[in-house]
Design a protein around this ligand. Sequence first.
Ligand code: 5GP
Length: 122
Amino acid sequence: MSYDPNNIFARILRGEIPCNKVYEDEYALAFHDIAPQAPVHVLVIPKGEYISFDDFSRDATAEFMAGFYRAAQQVTEILGLQAGGYRILANTGADAHQEVAHFHLHIFAGCDLGRMIKSGLV
Ligand code: 5GP
């Protein structure tokens, strides 16, 4: 599967579609999810053509990966999430229901997020 430059997050990165921005630097853009699943639900996306955690972690440079993950940490500081805690999630592929084929982290916070994953899957 090759990267589709017209995916929705690529269009947000190009400024073709607006977003409610939380943070931006040379490595990443972070913005509120359009359909939040928690009181705080932010997406962090890299400024590069990566489909998922898989190819990002394999192909991005160490500097770029560090910059990206530091940007995600910056988001948690900006939003003051340390005190209550938060969850970071990266859906990857079909079983995980990844909808947008541009690597992204979800950051959830603002309430008791419950157990790690829905029970009853095994
Ligand atoms: P995935 O299932 O790929 O891990 O998550 C994709 C996320 O992107 C979903 O939570 C969805 O609500 C969000 N999303 C899809 N389109 C848009 C959009 O145009 N703007 C924003 N801010 N979020 C979007």
